[in-house]
Design a protein around this ligand. Sequence first.
Ligand code: KG4
Ligand code: ZN
Length: 344
Amino acid sequence: MIHQLNDTSLKNTSVTILAIESSCDDTSVAICEDGKILSNIIANQSVHEKYGGVVPELASRAHIQNIVPTVQTALTAANVTLNSIDAIAFTQSPGLIGSLLVGVQFAKSAALALDKPLIAVHHMQAHVLANLIDTDNRPDFPFLCLTVSGGHTQIVLVKSPLDLEVIGETIDDAAGEAFDKCAKLLGLPYPGGPLIDKYAKEGNPLSFKFAEPQMPALNFSFSGLKTSVLYFLQKQDAGFIEANLSDLCASIQYTIINILLKKLNKAVLQTGVKRVCIAGGVSANSGLRNGLQAMGKKYGWNTYIPAFQYCTDNAAMIAITAHYKYQAGQFAGLDASPNARAEW
Ligand code: KG4
Ligand code: ZN
């Protein structure tokens, strides 16, 4: 059943959306009113740290524990009550199926109980549209977005909020995965991306040279980099990593950013679009943020980077996407189900 809005509800001047993100290991809830984010609460799951990666079953259980308190905190922070919510949005795909299920079921129950429409959101589209949250500094259309997360690496041509085309992507590991796997080889805990970023600040990016795969068109590959780091480390003496940690991190980060920015430049040349954004967890990386700005200066691009809290997984990006879907009348039915792998 798809909830039908009558004319009066669509013309309602103020629309408040409650959005839920639960695709991986963070439970997040945001409230947005007419595209303005009123609150964005994120409950992180520390339970995975000792396992060196996200344990799906533990993630689902933690979502179940976190979801109600996170909704309550988001409502309180936004100074909004459940009665003033006009629509419930949720991440439908992609992600861990058990994690997605918790958000989808909660959203469906809330929509049924409140008799409000449901909006299903694709997580990767939401990462891209995080660039539209800051109304004082957002790109006009069309723009390009390099979306770099733990599971995806894509270059997206964005013609409008709901018309996006993936024009390049990774054929193996994602950029975030490359950061995390290289960090693991250095003995750093999960997720290693932020730690590589931290240690890289003290190191020399030209200390060590690692493989930069040459991929055709606008596609990426990162599995060769991980192997190149592994073979290099296997040849070193004990104590080498500890003695050279900052230089190793700086060199790995430099290589990943080089691969990303070279392809982004190719996409600009190919499309002629010079409004360039980044999104996804890896867009929190200070080297990538500085690198994008430097490229912008050099080539005359207008560059856009979401605020930190909208780079890694968050429900504000689900809410802003839902805002545009609401305006377009794109609602989901109560039979909506999560999809671990759906592309768009
Ligand atoms: O978008 P995200 O929060 O979740 C997914 O949808 O995957 O991205 C998580 C990824 C992880 O691989 C994490 O290591 C990486 O983003 N990441 C970073 C930084 N912050 C998060 N990688 C490099 N530098 C960072 N500062
Ligand atoms: Zn994500």
